[in-house]
Design a protein around this ligand. Sequence first.
Ligand SMILES: [Zn+2]
Length: 266
Amino acid sequence: MKKLICLLLCLLPFAAMAEEETALWDYPVPYSVLQNEDGYITLASTERLLDSDFIPDDLVKIKARKTSGTAIQMREKASAKLSEMFDAAKTDGITLYAHSGYRSYRTQKTMYSNRLASIGYDDGAVAYPGSSDHQTGLGVDVISKAWIGKRFNEKFAATKEAQWMAEHCDEYGFVIRYPEDKTEITGIMYEPWHLRYVGDEAAAYIMDAGLTLEEFTEEYEAYISAFEGDHDSALDGEDGLPDAQEVVTGISEDGDEEVTLFGGGN
Ligand SMILES: [Zn+2]
């Protein structure tokens, strides 16, 4: 009997700990996704500027339909998912056209300078160099045939193409990167044509919760830091374990001496 109790005492804290660990992560997006090893949720903004020499290493020429003969590059996965989304749209009678994908820091810098020179101030229409979603290789502007050659504006949102994208883009891992009524957060005007690949799980959550990438980033970073703070000591195998005495209460009411050997493991 003593041996059995001893065995239970040894095993119980670990079983309880495993249960506790899985129960505590209740953020809607998995931790593995938020570690951002593939860079799919990387935020580029005026507060999180990408390095001037940041160039994704898996850029490919997209195969999806384009507004012109000029090649468009995106990161490999984003390109594949874009094609998948275009095919699905086509099935629904919606024909989409990709207009612009990856842009280098240098290109963005030129565009920004030109915009500034032409209107004299930063109106949010062209992102500051290093802050462009296009530099990530995961952003893409998608329009309809009727909008080819036009200057983009928020009236595009009323088209059936824009409405289809708003409804379905997350099924392919994309989000509307610059939503309506969030321009103060993004610093960029409403762009119903600008999609950003973030992966399926993040996209589903971001679109469902109606967040910007800025809000999502702030939210999950805060969650992770609180979570890791709580679990800091669990990592060294000391604290974080349930108190052994609490775990065994009820098993050994007879006051078995061995209980005291295991009790209060902290
Ligand atoms: Zn864009």
